[in-house]
Design a protein around this ligand. Structure first.
Ligand code: KMH
Ligand code: ZN
Length: 299
């Protein structure tokens, strides 16, 4: 088993805002401060989604550029861009035929071109996330197709390779692993690869131990992996992954709660808990330099 454990903190996420947990970092300044504190607590990678002035997700590079710059000025933590960007919630008021007033919430996703544009963030981050396949991503606010066509991913990977970005590959399903194996077969991707096995999203693979084992079994030999579990199974699945020798991800993107019905005080509290648990099972958090070496990140 790898003694060192890479801890990624996903500080903000793609959908919920301060209304869900007031400690969610939204502005570039808040995100940079949170990243610094998580780095000091033991996280080596910060996974990033940014927000516009209205607190909602945005593909506007102006916000990404500012956040990436500020994080880099405060700490050496590895910056990883979630290429899904996230969704905006738009409310539509309408009147039914019987005259009743109603409001419906629409989940609006960014366009693929806007997602590709993340590769132009300046200053550039160290890593990007790709999402290895499409599925219906269901959230408490409603569901929408999370569109990750293979041609789009091929283009994204090619450009990441050209620019020397490290890659984190999120797989939500066995079919997504198969998509990546195709990239390996055609020589587009080479081992060692770094996977996130995402469990517990409605519309994706349920967070069970047998599903986790099966998915870990399917990734190419020599790969590194972490588990990403959302919602109520977050803690237990993460601990299981850590005991199996995997890496872990924590943070308010995946869970706004610390325990049942108890909101997390913030990302740092979640990171500190993971560091404590890792040490209890004899694993030390990997430093930034160790993480770069393990994941072959050249930047
Ligand atoms: N919250 C993740 C499971 C990305 O970062 O590109 C989905 C996501 C993807 O946000
Ligand atoms: Zn994300």
């Amino acid at each position: 088993m790898e003694e060192k454990v890479i801890i990624t903190v996903a500080i903000t996420g793609g959908i919920h805002g301060k209304w869900a947990n007031p400690s969610l970092p939204i502005t570039a300044e808040e995100q940079a401060q949170t990243a610094l504190e998580c780095y000091e607590a033991g996280a080596a990678i910060v996974h990033i989604h940014v927000r516009g002035d209205d607190g909602q997700n945005t593909p506007d590079l102006k916000y990404y550029n500012k956040t990436i710059k500020l994080i880099g000025e405060k700490s050496p933590i590895i910056r990883q861009i979630g290429n899904g960007i996230g969704a905006r919630l738009e409310e539509h008021k309408y009147t039914t035929r019987s005259g009743a007033k109603r409001v419906s919430t629409e989940i609006v996703q960014p366009m693929l071109e806007e997602r590709l544009n993340l590769l132009n963030i300046d200053p550039p981050p160290e890593m990007h996330t790709i999402n290895a396949g499409s599925f219906e991503f269901r959230t408490p606010y409603g569901g929408a197709l999370f569109n990750n066509p293979i041609d789009f991913n091929r283009k994204y990977v090619k450009r990441c390779k050209k620019k020397g970005f490290g890659l984190e590959i999120e797989v939500y399903d066995l079919s997504h692993i198969a998509n990546i194996l195709e990239f390996v077969d055609t020589g587009l991707l080479e081992s060692p690869l770094h996977f996130s096995i995402v469990l517990g999203i409605k519309g994706g693979t349920p967070a069970t131990v047998s599903n986790l084992l099966n998915m870990v079994d399917q990734i190419p030999e020599g790969s590194t992996w972490q588990v990403v579990t959302v919602g109520k199974f977050n803690l237990r699945t993460t601990v299981i992954a850590m005991c199996m020798g995997g890496n872990i991800r924590t943070g308010l993107e995946d869970t706004i709660y610390y325990g049942k019905g108890e909101l997390a005080e913030g990302n740092v509290q979640l990171v500190k808990r993971m560091v404590r648990l890792a040490k209890e099972i004899g694993r030390e958090p990997a430093s930034v330099d160790e993480t770069k070496e393990i994941l072959s990140i050249k930047r």
